[in-house]
Design a protein around this ligand. Structure first.
Ligand code: SF4
Ligand code: SF4
Ligand code: SF4
Ligand code: FES
Length: 946
């Protein structure tokens, strides 16, 4: 298997529809107007030497290596900065050009270390390649003159080095940081001989604004910016294209390998979600796969106060099967269930729900999407008819107004955020609705037109107020509503939102946002012409999560912002396969493709293929499983790839539920917090060790490809198969592609999906079937999936979680860039240099009232429980609001969150908890006890495997 090589065309593609024909070195070539001569030459198979040009950034024209001659024009223009013209005749290889190029290269090489043979980039260096391409044989100036060879390396970044002695000051890195990433961390300081790349005003990369996305490393044509893993391991020798296993953007990467060793992850230009860009997690934070704490052997124990015993796979699987059978015999068919993971593949998720429905004989299956985006599924299905976002990511390039509500894309969806910021730098307008002043509100060359810093828990109210302005000021897109929406529902809704109780003046008092800002934002959104809404867990994780999703859908319908590029309702999914785990039938009431389990025709189809009768009654949701466990009726659970103890709300309640069960089976990479209560531990496999698919936030089904053998001996899908077999439910698959074939057979929206198609076209967005053989980038074109768009009444109902004298502050939670979810993976990488503990953001005013200084330990307490962490004083949060992340188990931030949840879906209300903050000396007694118990629970007995 060779390295996957991608062509560098030198300059970005032109989008012009107008063709231009010219001749280059005698060959006729036709390209879109606006294309550079360099790129047109590449199209004709002619490679013009280049150094400062690369197709991820605009041409700069500084190195003078790409000069060409154009008939009838004087001089030797740079082919990277000169656009094609009709009838042009270009020569790229004359004697004069060759001499100029050799002269240019001679100057570069005279100030470059001559250590090619020992350089880490040897064999992958454009400077080396170009020296060869121009035929450089000697450097007449010698190497003794003034040079930069002694400059010190900057090794401060954990993942890449910066060796200025090798820099040719081509500024590709600076432009990548600006144009691709949008961080503007790098500059070229000084001029002429003294010019040098610098990480802003900072001394080093680690102290700069750099977010370690790696775009500069990828753009660098020399060994100046270089991955430390390549320096340590050597150049990769083969590669496999696969999909990042972190967030819902679903970036494609080339996993570049030496044998079974991963050398680096390089973002794949052909990847339709990321177009060659990455963030620090996907690009660099994959070391957890080799982490010493990874569990590679199955383990069992009789009770949770015993140490773990390593056993063979056979013993572990038999234990699972016999325990689950015992529990069902003793407590009934409904006494066990399972949880699928949004981090596992579609195929694995499908198998777990199949095992539960067909093997356990009940519908007690739920997914971690319950606690994040279940309101999206319900809300969008009710209004539009499909439980998914409406657009592809490319759509943002045509947006004129972008609304970001309850989402923090620069931290949680960084690659998409970079594309959004690019569009904003091009002039799109921005409305941010968020209690915190997130980075997007003001970031280099981007400033929100409106930031509505609403009080946590009032999303539905502010969305109604925006709708009020649109309806009462005559801003409704009448032709759209008339043609595509249910008229009665619209009129009923319009009357509701027009009521004075939804006016900006009334809602302003409630939300803490000025009425003028609400009116201005509503007018801007309605004016468009292309307005798009992006939202995240700040919308869904509320008691009115579903209400707010429907209110967003109402706004988009009322203004006609659906069914074309640049518009739409776009849920930004948290984990890599949240969309997929929902699609695959992980909810207790739905089979794959969101079909209700009580629908006889659908159920019969599954029964026939699976050879098992299925229960028509929906099963238990996650919170119901916990309640039933505490009541003594739910006794066993199979949890694949999900840490319910750390990620679900009200930790003490989850602890009690797990402790009440007789058989907890955890399948994961590490002994996570849930495993502290487990009786069987099945070691999981990483995304690098298995085949499958993930479905990202734009419904894009992307291949996950095995790049190395499973270190635990079995991929996750094989483990589920083994459990099913041991329970007497045979599943006949030899490869995940066969699982996908079955999914396609049973699921109309996946009918056309196969590994063969994915290998051919790269990725597809569902629905993918006879009507849309290569997928559906934009949904609801020319009409809604459900027929007519359905306006829903979205009355604001305040949460029962109220502040008062005991708990006067509101806690809201979120993520940061360098960590991911419960941190199980990222905490086991060098990403901890940026974030090694959860901290509490508190406004200086609230801190002063409590005698708290920056960095002090504080106790954070709600009526559910308390924990302690350090305070960070910041005005990013408003007075009265505090904020933290939940990446570290030592903090257990969810001990504070409550049992309140969304009225429709039970999605927990993570984003609103009434709390008190008081000074503290360090961790609470509860934390100490918890951590001591966790340490005890992780003991592994030193016995040989059976
Ligand atoms: S790693 Fe990314 S953010 Fe950092 S300097 Fe390079 S391009 Fe900029
Ligand atoms: S660090 Fe690399 S990309 Fe940046 S200017 Fe130097 S050689 Fe060019
Ligand atoms: S943006 Fe998301 S999918 Fe892309 S590299 Fe980062 S974590 Fe992975
Ligand atoms: S590649 Fe064109 S001037 Fe450098």
């Amino acid at each position: 298997m060779p390295l996957v090589q991608e062509i560098d065309y030198g300059t970005p593609a032109s989008q012009s529809p107008e063709p231009v024909t010219l001749r280059i070195d005698g060959a006729s070539v036709t390209v879109p107007a606006g294309t550079s001569i360099m790129r047109a030459a590449m199209d004709a198979g002619i490679q013009v030497p280049k150094l400062c040009a690369t197709d991820s950034v605009d041409a700069f024209g500084s190195c003078r290596l790409c000069l060409v001659e154009i008939a009838g024009r004087p001089g030797t223009p740079a082919s990277c900065t000169t656009p094609v013209a009709a009838g042009m005749t270009v020569s790229t290889q004359t004697e004069r050009l060759k001499q100029i190029r050799r002269g240019v290269m001679e100057l570069y090489i005279s100030d470059h270390p001559l250590d090619c043979l020992t350089c880490a980039a040897n064999g992958d260096c454009e400077l080396q390649d170009m020296a060869g391409a121009v035929g450089l044989r000697e450097v007449r100036y010698g190497y003794q003159g003034e040079n930069h060879l002694g400059v010190t390396k900057d090794e401060s970044n954990p993942y890449f080095t910066f060796d200025p002695s090798k820099c040719i000051v081509c500024s590709r890195c600076v432009r990548a940081c600006e144009e691709v990433q949008g961080t503007f961390a790098l500059t070229i300081q000084a001029r002429g001989f003294d010019s040098k790349v610098s990480p802003g005003a900072a001394e080093s990369f680690i102290d700069s604004e750099c977010v370690s996305c790696g775009a500069c490393v990828q753009a660098c044509p020399t060994a100046t910016l270089m991955e430390k893993t390549v320096i340590a391991t050597g150049q990769p020798e083969h590669s496999v294209v696969t999909t990042c296993a972190y967030c819902g953007v679903g970036c494609s990467f080339k996993a570049e390998m030496r044998g079974e060793e991963l050398v680096r992850m390089v973002p794949y230009k052909e990847g339709k979600a990321n177009h060659g860009h990455s963030c620090v997690k996907g690009r660099f934070a994959w070391g957890y796969a080799q982490h010493r704490e990874r569990i590679l052997k199955p383990m069992i124990r009789e009770s949770i106060d015993q140490p773990w015993r390593e056993v063979s796979w056979q013993v572990a699987i038999d234990r699972v099967a016999s325990e689950f059978r015992r529990l069902q015999d003793k407590y009934g068919r409904l006494s066990i269930g399972g949880i699928t993971s949004s981090r596992c593949t579609n195929e694995e998720t499908y198998l777990v729900q199949k095992l539960i429905r067909g093997g356990f004989g009940n519908n007690n299956v739920d997914t971690c999407a319950r606690v994040c985006h279940s309101p999206t599924g319900y809300g969008l299905k009710t209004t539009f008819g499909t439980s998914a976002g409406t657009q592809d990511f490319d759509s943002v390039e045509q947006s004129d107004v972008i609304v970001v509500i309850g989402a923090n894309p620069t931290d949680a969806h960084p690659v998409f955020a970079s594309r959004m910021k690019k569009r904003l730098r091009q002039g799109a307008r921005l409305i941010v609705i968020d209690p915190r002043r997130t980075d997007l509100v003001r970031t280099p060359h981007v400033e929100a037109d409106y930031h509505l810093p609403l009080r946590p828990g009032t999303n539905a109210a502010i969305l109604n107020a925006l709708a009020h302005v649109i309806v009462t000021e005559g801003l409704v897109n009448e032709p759209f509503v008339r043609e595509f929406c249910d008229r009665d529902a619209f009129e009923h809704w319009a009357e509701f939102v027009a009521d004075p109780r939804n006016s900006p003046e009334t809602i302003g008092l409630l939300t803490g946002v000025s009425a003028d800002a609400i009116r201005g934002a509503a007018r801007l959104f309605a004016a468009g012409p292309n307005s798009a809404i992006y939202y995240g867990l700040g919308v869904t994780e509320h008691s009115q999560g579903t209400t707010s999703v429907m209110a967003i859908a109402n706004l988009a319908m009322a203004t006609g912002n659906l069914g074309r590029h640049g518009v739409g309702v776009n849920p930004l999914r948290g984990q890599n396969n949240v969309q997929g785990s929902c699609d695959m039938g992980s909810f207790p009431h739905e089979l794959s493709g969101y079909r209700h389990i009580s629908d006889d025709a659908t159920r019969t189809m599954f029964e026939k293929l699976w050879g098992r009768p299925l229960d028509a009654e929906p099963g238990l949701r996650i919170p119901n499983m916990f309640d039933a466990a505490i009541d003594g009726t739910f006794k066993g659970i199979y949890v694949q790839g999900e840490d319910i103890l750390q990620s679900d709300p009200n930790t003490r309640h989850v602890q009690a539920a797990l402790a009440a069960m007789e058989c907890v089976v955890v399948q994961d990479l590490f002994l996570n917090e849930t495993a502290n209560y487990a009786h069987v531990f099945l070691p999981g496999s990483t995304f690098l060790e298995k085949d499958g698919t993930f479905t990202n936030a734009e419904r894009r089904i992307n291949r996950v490809r095995r790049v190395m053998s499973p270190k635990n001996g079995m991929a996750d899908w094989e483990i589920t198969l083994a459990i099913a077999k041991a329970m007497g439910f045979k599943m006949p698959y030899g490869h995940p592609s066969e699982i996908m074939d079955e999914i396609a057979r049973l699921t109309p929206t996946f009918a056309g999906v196969s590994y063969e198609l994915l290998d051919k076209v790269g990725s597809v967005q569902w629905p993918c079937n006879e009507k849309a053989p290569t997928g559906t980038p934009i949904m609801h074109i020319g009409g809604f999936a459900r027929g007519k768009g359905n306006f829903m009444i979205t009355e604001y109902v305040p949460t029962d979680e109220r502040t008062g004298p005991r708990f006067p502050l509101l806690l809201t939670t979120g993520r940061i860039l360098s960590q991911y979810n419960v941190g199980a993976q990222t905490r086991r990488t060098d990403n901890v240099v940026w974030h090694d503990e959860d901290v509490l953001e508190i406004h200086p005013h609230d801190a002063e009232q409590r005698g708290v200084s920056d960095g002090d330990w504080v106790k954070l307490e709600s009526r559910a429980g308390g924990t302690a962490l350090r305070a960070r004083l910041t005005d990013r949060v408003a007075p009265g609001v505090v904020y933290t992340t939940f990446h570290h188990p030592t903090t257990q931030a969810n001990v504070v969150t409550t049992e309140f949840s969304d009225w429709a879906t039970n999605c927990p209300e993570y984003k609103v908890t009434a709390v008190q903050v008081t000074p503290s000396n360090g961790p609470t007694d509860w934390q100490r006890d918890y951590n001591a118990q966790a340490d005890r629970s992780r003991r592994i007995a030193p016995v040989a495997a059976e």
